[in-house]
Design a protein around this ligand. Structure first.
Ligand code: EPS
Length: 382
């Protein structure tokens, strides 16, 4: 069983995770994890925090000579910003911090404060902050390292920002090439408009959401199962995607659009040839049928709401005085959809790695390879 726990507050010392259940023998380098951490920090529309942080992971356990040992992998990312917040988590410090008492509509502030009995909502927002997604991306990169050994590749791209829609990319190469661009979008013309929309939103004290797509290529047929609701891979992937800060909708394959079409327009017809075995010419199902991967690329889309911190704040109520006020302003991003797409990759990688180990599990990479090859051989004969 592959599992992890993470901890850390946005302005605490740092973020940590323990990944348990990774087999021995998987090549893993901090530098590879750092590539994804850098990707997460990018994207047009980010706020001041990303100019402070230089996210880098320290692998503190579970590795020797660049290979996993099968023991728990400890990961640590320092918050450089912590030094500006000295005393926030330290009762012995002389510095006191103003309480945060005007909850932002749309953030965890108010429901979190009510649930945990807190009037200083900093006690909620510090953990609710999307800062925590840095460690989630690091954990996802560990999962990606395992999946890469079996030719599974994950990428993402932005589809829309604040109502500006990109035309869909025509090839895998276009999607991968979008990675380096400021909006992480495969349509250069739409990207320009998206950046303009972000500039306008910034001027107006607004924030913008959008949609993105995450794709996994090379996933074998047979991950997940139809036999019980919580074993369905589509459900697990959707839950993982939905748990990312700001996500309000998830689609698999054609998703909501399929509900407007007829059966014959939606379902992917089945073909067979000696070399490829069973195959499809379309992938409207997004690589998932009956909660099981069907060998086609897995395609998920997610919708991110606009970030709740508005520089022109919405109405709120002060937790102490109960007076009608404007919500507090906490430094934030105008738009974080390009970053959310990277977090989407991590969420997908984690669920796929879990499902992969459930199917082909073993204690070492070599053992898993044997199981995997044996299964593929059997599948080819079916
Ligand atoms: C983020 C760090 C946070 C925010 C943002 C994402 O840092 P700070 O609060 O110090 O500016 O910039 O989080 C949110 C927008 C949010 O609402 O939680 C990061 O590392 O990605």
């Amino acid at each position: 069983m592959l599992r992890y726990l993470d901890a850390g507050e946005s302005h605490g010392q740092g973020l940590l995770a323990v990944v348990e259940g990774m087999p021995a023998g998987v090549p893993l380098q901090a530098e590879n994890i750092d590539v994804d951490l850098r990707r997460r920090q990018g994207g047009y529309g980010r706020g001041g925090r990303m100019r402070i942080e230089r996210d880098q992971v320290r692998i503190v356990s579970g590795i020797r000579d660049g290979l996993t040992l099968g023991s728990p992998i400890g990961l640590w990312i320092e918050n450089r910003d912590w030094q500006h917040w000295q005393g926030l988590f330290d009762a012995s410090s002389e510095k006191t911090w103003e309480p945060f008492t005007r909850p932002r509509p749309g953030h965890a502030d108010l429901p979190g404060g009510m649930k945990y009995g807190q009037r200083d909502l900093r006690n909620i927002l510090e953990r609710a902050s999307a800062r925590g997604t840095a460690i989630r991306v690091a954990v996802g990169a560990v999962a990606k390292a395992l999946l890469a050994e079996f030719g599974i590749q994950i990428a993402s791209h932005v589809l829309s920002i604040g109502g500006v829609e990109a035309s869909p990319p025509s090839s895998k190469e276009d999607i991968i090439a979008a990675d380096g661009s400021p909006m992480r979008c495969a349509d250069p013309k739409a990207s320009q408009e998206m950046m303009k929309a972000i500039d306008e939103a910034k001027k107006a004290g607004e924030s913008l959401g959008g949609t993105f797509e995450v794709i996994a290529w090379g996933v074998p047929v047979g991950l997940g199962s139809h036999v019980h609701w919580d074993r369905r891979l589509d459900g697990q992937l959707a839950a993982a995607m939905m748990s990312i800060q700001g996500i309000k909708g998830v689609e698999v394959g054609r998703g909501f659009e399929a509900a407007f079409l007829r059966g014959s327009e939606v379902h992917d017809e089945i073909y067979y040839d000696q070399e490829r075995g069973f195959y499809r010419r379309t992938n409207n199902a997004g690589g998932l049928e009956g909660g099981i991967s069907n060998g086609e690329p897995i395609v998920l889309r997610a919708a991110m709401k606009p970030i709740p911190t508005l520089y022109r704040p919405l109405k709120s109520v002060d937790m102490l005085s109960k007076e009608q006020v404007e919500a507090s302003i906490e430094r934030s991003d105008i738009c974080a959809v390009p970053a959310a797409a990277i977090i989407g990759e991590a969420a997908m990688a984690w669920v796929l790695a879990q499902a992969f180990l459930e199917k082909f599990g073993g204690d070492s990479l070599a053992e898993i390879r044997r199981n995997y090859r044996g299964y593929l051989k059997e599948v080819a004969e079916r």
